[in-house]
Design a protein around this ligand. Structure first.
Ligand SMILES: [Zn+2]
Length: 123
């Protein structure tokens, strides 16, 4: 994470700075990555069919299945852009948060910043 990627807490907007035991200021925050996952039903059926053939041995079925990976995490590479990364302060990290609203807010701010940057380049 680069310095320019640091921002206030994505949930409450507070700065993420804190104090170390010796009194000097430090930055403590948490990152949470939110990804979508697709379940490949064809691969599930292939694996379950083979497991039935092998009398319930799912591990054996996964060896012989054409596609043992049944769940696909969308954009699980850092540069793929398929996930939403939230920065959270300690208070928000330890408080129940509605993940959907958090991700939506982050993506809305990101889209607005990109649109502003494009507008700035066009002028
Ligand atoms: Zn917070």
């Amino acid at each position: 994470m680069k310095l320019r990627d640091l921002r206030p807490c994505d949930s409450c907007g507070k700065q993420v700075a804190g104090r170390m035991p010796d009194g000097h200021t430090a930055i403590q925050f948490y990152t949470v990555r939110i990804s979508s996952v697709l379940l490949d039903l064809r691969a599930v059926n292939e694996n379950l069919g083979l497991a039935q053939y092998f009398q319930g041995a799912l591990a054996l079925a996964e060896v012989f299945a054409p596609n043992p990976e049944v769940a696909i995490v969308i954009g699980d590479q850092p540069d793929a852009g398929g996930w939403t990364e939230a920065l959270l302060c300690f208070d928000c990290y330890t408080t129940p948060i509605r993940i959907c609203g958090l991700a939506e807010g982050i993506n809305d701010r990101k889209a607005a910043a990109e649109a502003a940057a494009e507008k700035g380049c066009a002028e």
